[in-house]
Design a binder for this molecule. Structure first.
Ligand SMILES: Nc1ncnc2c1ncn2[C@@H]1O[C@H](COP(=O)(O)OP(=O)(O)OP(=O)(O)O)[C@@H](O)[C@H]1O
Ligand SMILES: [Zn+2]
Length: 514
């Protein structure tokens, strides 16, 4: 068995593939920008976390001890990423006439529900921004003398005080390209508030005392502080959606440079993280799916329409994380069918293996050699896969390893997994181990899913699943009795309630809701 090729990841800082060489031997420390919890996450947001999850699973599979942090932004993210507008949470709280804390709690729970439904592993820690206010003030105090200046509206970061500002975004910093210069007195258009002072005569629901007056931290400051505090500068990888490459992460990097010693960005000791990775957008026909535009699809809608959430995970894995992915219901249906085929193949393997075990139990004395029971183990070890049939499985496994090592090419990794499933004359237990090991990286949960879990069953269907199964049982009995009139009547009855009976369906479905 050849070792897996070196893991290479695309670093947005220099727009190149780079070998992953950990800062701390044997460890991988990853920070992922979390959601701003002022609204439900949409499936575009969740693409960012499926990507970060595959990255984390890949690092675990490669044997690194992973520390993954995802934050929860419950303060500081303004309606405009640059520096203008209102705090997203304050605005929603006012609209819904609720406390910010209740808004944050409600939408954090909704986010975590989606995380579980998509088989995204829990990070080592969910860091909540408002738990780190004291650390944010300390950080700002440290960089203030050389890098900040105060205006009535808050403490501002002067981007001209650090080398290479905006390189991540490839922005023209002089002009502050794409920025909105709305604040009187800013030295450079791209300067941003790291502390926003509450205007005189106003109160905010979330505000704290600081050397710059009562107010709240800036969004960019939060991530610099939590990343540095929880992972230590420099850490290995920082991730987020591609929109973060334009403003949020350049600003985080500038703060990190100020904090860590101001050198240029070719040295991770200054930018805070060695590799900055960004997933591309999930788009719909009208453009990027976005919370702020008000029109978006929640994972719950997909579930209510009857789709397993894992079909959406499959849809994400089918595309490379750096490519745009267009959502369509047809695409989701195709991803579901692909998932169903894999689950059916795994079910067959499990059955064949169970048959072998029971046949050998009945034909050999208990003490003699019997087929090993298959035990699903967490994580990937090649030892689990090696055995007599290793040679037959090796090409698929090597392809799988190479695909993931090549900047997480999940789309090819999926085809390698399908190839492994179709290889003939392999001991089923050994094949199950290979599939389980591959799935530990892709996170589809193939060994836990049953074909019936993937049946499309919309929430608003007028008939329950138990009623359908019961009618089908009665129909089966009628057919055994050659009572075709009853069988047809039951079929028509089901059709009237929107159920198509699917005799002889190649995927083994007995029915579907029309
Ligand atoms: N359409 C999308 N496709 C993929 N990732 C996205 C998309 N929209 C946002 N993201 C990413 O989702 C993560 C969470 O974003 P966040 O909760 O801050 O969204 P937001 O900026 O409030 O919402 P929106 O951008 O939808 O208005 C970020 O990493 C962001 O880059
Ligand atoms: Zn962030």
């Amino acid at each position: 068995m050849t070792d897996a090729p070196q893991l290479k990841l695309f670093n947005s800082l220099n727009r190149q593939l780079e070998p992953f060489v950990p800062v701390h031997e044997g460890e991988a420390r990853v920070y992922t920008c979390g959601p701003t919890v002022y609204n439900y996450p949409h499936i575009g947001n969740m693409r960012a976390y499926v990507f970060a999850d595959v990255l984390g699973r890949t690092l675990s599979w490669r044997g690194y001890k992973l520390t993954h942090i995802i934050n929860i932004t419950d303060v500081g993210h303004l309606t405009d990423d640059a520096d203008a507008g209102e705090d997203k949470l304050e605005k929603m709280a006012a609209k819904q006439k609720q406390s910010i804390w209740d808004i944050a709690e409600h939408y954090t729970k909704a986010f975590k529900d989606d995380i579980s439904a998509l088989n995204i592993r829990q990070p080592a820690q969910w860091s909540v921004a408002t738990d780190y206010i004291a650390e944010m003030i300390d950080f700002a105090k440290k960089i203030e003398p050389k890098h900040c200046y105060q205006l009535d509206s808050g403490l501002y970061f002067d981007v001209s005080t650090v080398e290479d500002y905006g390189r991540l975004a490839r922005a023209v910093t002089e002009e502050g390209e794409g920025r909105i210069d709305t604040v009187e007195g800013k030295r450079n258009a791209a300067d941003f508030a790291i502390w926003r002072t509450t205007p005189a005569g106003e109160t905010r629901q979330m505000e704290w005392d600081s050397p710059w007056g009562r107010g709240a931290p800036g969004w960019h400051l939060e991530c610099s502080v939590m990343g540095g505090k929880l992972l230590g500068f420099p850490f290995d990888i920082h991730t987020g959606g591609i929109d973060h490459r334009e403003i949020h992460h350049p600003n985080e990097i500038a703060q990190n440079q100020a904090y860590c010693g101001c050198g240029g960005l070719d040295d991770a000791a200054h930018s805070g993280a060695k590799i900055w990775m960004h997933n591309n957008f999930l788009v719909v026909r009208s453009g990027k799916m976005s919370k702020s535009s008000g029109e978006f699809l929640r994972l719950q809608l997909l579930i209510d329409k009857g789709y397993s959430p894992v079909a959406y995970r499959m849809m994400c894995l089918q595309a490379h994380y750096r490519s745009e992915l267009e959502f369509s219901w047809e695409g989701l249906g195709a991803a579901l069918t692909r998932l169903k085929r894999m689950v059916m193949a795994v079910e067959q393997l499990k059955n064949r293996h169970a048959e072998l075990v029971s046949a050998s139990r009945s034909s050999t004395p208990a003490s003699s050699e019997q087929p090993e029971p298959f035990v699903q183990e967490a994580g990937w070890t090649l030892k689990q896969v090696q055995g007599d049939d290793w040679g037959k499985l090796a090409p698929a496994i090597e392809k799988f390893q190479a695909a993931l090592a090549d900047d997480l090419n999940t789309s090819i990794a999926l085809t390698a997994l399908e190839e492994a499933l179709t290889i003939k004359k392999v001991d089923p237990a050994q094949k199950l181990r290979a599939v389980s090991a591959m799935d530990a990286v892709l996170g589809l949960g193939l060994l836990d899913l049953a074909r019936t879990d993937l049946r499309i069953r919309p929430k608003d269907a007028v008939i329950t699943e138990a009623e359908i199964e019961d009618a089908l049982e009665r129909r089966k009995a009628a057919r055994v009795e050659k009572d075709f009139a009853t069988s047809d009547a039951i079929r028509d009855e089901l059709a009237a309630k929107g159920v198509d009976v699917m005799d002889g369906d190649p995927l083994g479905w007995e029915w579907k809701l029309a």
